[in-house]
Write a protein that binds this ligand. Structure first.
Ligand code: HEM
Length: 390
């Protein structure tokens, strides 16, 4: 175990709001061992950026890790050449060019179809009726699992995320995760002959075209589902809430004084959908006076780095005019989010502007609770509105 100073947390308080503890850690013990998580947390922005690149020390290979055990060994749990080969194989599905030329139009027509469904009412929970289906439809298209609908995509994604966070080994959570991965495998079985006959830009097809093995293809599709549904969903719902609770910020973007991309990136800095990424220590290493030992569990706290006072003035404030360069919302090293370009297009070019263009006078219509430290977002978004423009 590392000899990092110990910092104790109260787990339910940390889950309800991790930011006060993270600020205290940045101040008093920027690299701290947290017994309640049995991990050493790295909390300052520059320390995270430096160490995420040291894959020889902070490895993503976790053969005994829950994600590998439950979902198969995917590219996010590999380092070096093996990792880069699979990144290269999926790139044609997620590149800026493919996003622009293939997915942008799909995202727009799917999102408009979701907005059409809101025209028949004047209030609803937009977490479930806008953010979730908008994210789900995009992921069905990008993965190639067009035989799944958004509800099922959301169900299997959540089931796998719960399985990967099931550190207490709850058998019901594990069984549900297996049910979800089996459902994805059945969906892949149906789609494989179709994309073999008609190759396209989907994740399923480009991996097939690159000659990856069946196990690699399935593991990486499950990875994209586990990391590509909740994050856009939470960012869409969270950013709408942030703008409705900060009308002066909403006025700036509606007046074209700031871009929707600035709004999205500032939201993802302020409340990071992925707050943490785990690493396994591969060799003894000393950094800033802390010695890490092999097999230590280390958490790179992106959410904390995104509120590091050394980089962001008044970091706890939502400010769409601030300079967000240096943020860690999509990571900061070789595992930088492969879906970053697709997410920016979906959220900043489509989901947020189309919502505020088409929905008349949206306003909150109830409580919006937030939760989570490893993954963080709203749990609901009750809203009312005056109508939906066509
Ligand atoms: C708001 C949206 C999103 C956020 C904030 C986000 C954030 C992240 C972060 C922080 C990582 C790095 C993890 C690490 O360093 O270990 C990551 C990796 C990844 N993300 Fe995303 N993500 C988002 C959306 C998506 C989407 C839509 C997809 C797929 C369609 C996706 C696919 C991936 C993949 C495949 C990786 C692994 C990359 C690698 O290991 O080389 N993400 N994401």
């Amino acid at each position: 175990m590392s000899n990092a100073p110990v910092y104790e947390i109260e787990h339910s308080r940390f889950t309800a709001d991790p930011y006060p503890d993270l600020a205290a850690m940045r101040e008093r013990a920027p690299i701290a061992y947290v017994p309640q998580l049995d991990a050493t947390l790295i909390t300052r922005r520059d320390d995270i950026a430096v160490n995420e690149k040291r894959t020889d020390v902070f490895s993503s290979e976790q053969p005994q890790g829950l994600m590998t055990q439950l979902m198969g060994e995917n590219l996010m749990r590999k380092d070096g050449r093996a990792h880069m080969d699979e990144r290269r194989a999926i790139y044609p599905s997620m590149s800026p060019q493919t996003v622009r030329e293939v997915w942008a139009a799909q995202f727009r027509s799917d999102t408009d179809a979701v907005l059409d469904t809101l025209a028949s009412t004047h209030r609803a929970d937009l977490f479930w009726t806008y953010a979730m289906p908008t994210s789900g439809r995009a992921l069905c298209a990008m993965t190639g699992l067009t035989n799944m609908d958004a509800d099922e995509m959301n169900r299997v994604s959540q089931g796998m995320i719960d399985g990967c966070a099931n550190y207490i080994g709850d058998p019901a959570v594990e069984a549900h995760c297996h049910d979800c991965t089996a459902a994805i495998d059945r969906s892949i079985d149906e789609q494989l002959p179709i994309v073999t006959a008609n190759p396209d830009h989907s994740l399923l097809s480009v991996q097939l075209q690159a000659g990856l093995s069946d196990a690699q293809i399935r593991a990486n599709v499950k990875l994209a589902i586990s990391g590509g549904q909740n994050e856009p969903r939470d960012a869409i719902a969270g950013a709408i809430w942030a703008l409705l609770t900060h009308p002066e910020q909403l006025a700036l973007v509606l007046a074209g004084k700031v871009s929707w991309l600035q709004v999205f990136e500032e939201y993802a800095r302020w409340i990071s959908p992925i707050g943490m990424s785990p690493r396994r220590v591969a060799q003894t290493h000393t950094y800033e006076g802390v010695t890490f030992e092999p097999e230590d569990r280390v958490f790179l706290m992106f959410s904390s780095g995104n509120r590091d006072e050394r980089h962001f003035d008044a970091p706890d404030r939502f400010d769409v005019t601030r300079d967000i360069s240096g943020n860690l919302s999509f990571g900061a090293g070789p595992h930088y989010c492969a879906g970053a370009w697709a997410s920016r297009e979906l959220i900043a070019e489509v989901a947020l502007p189309r919502f505020f263009e088409r929905v008349v006078n949206p306003r909150l219509d109830g409580e919006v609770p937030f939760s989570g430290w490893a993954f963080r977002g709203p749990l609901a978004l009750p809203c009312a509105w005056g109508g939906v423009r066509s």
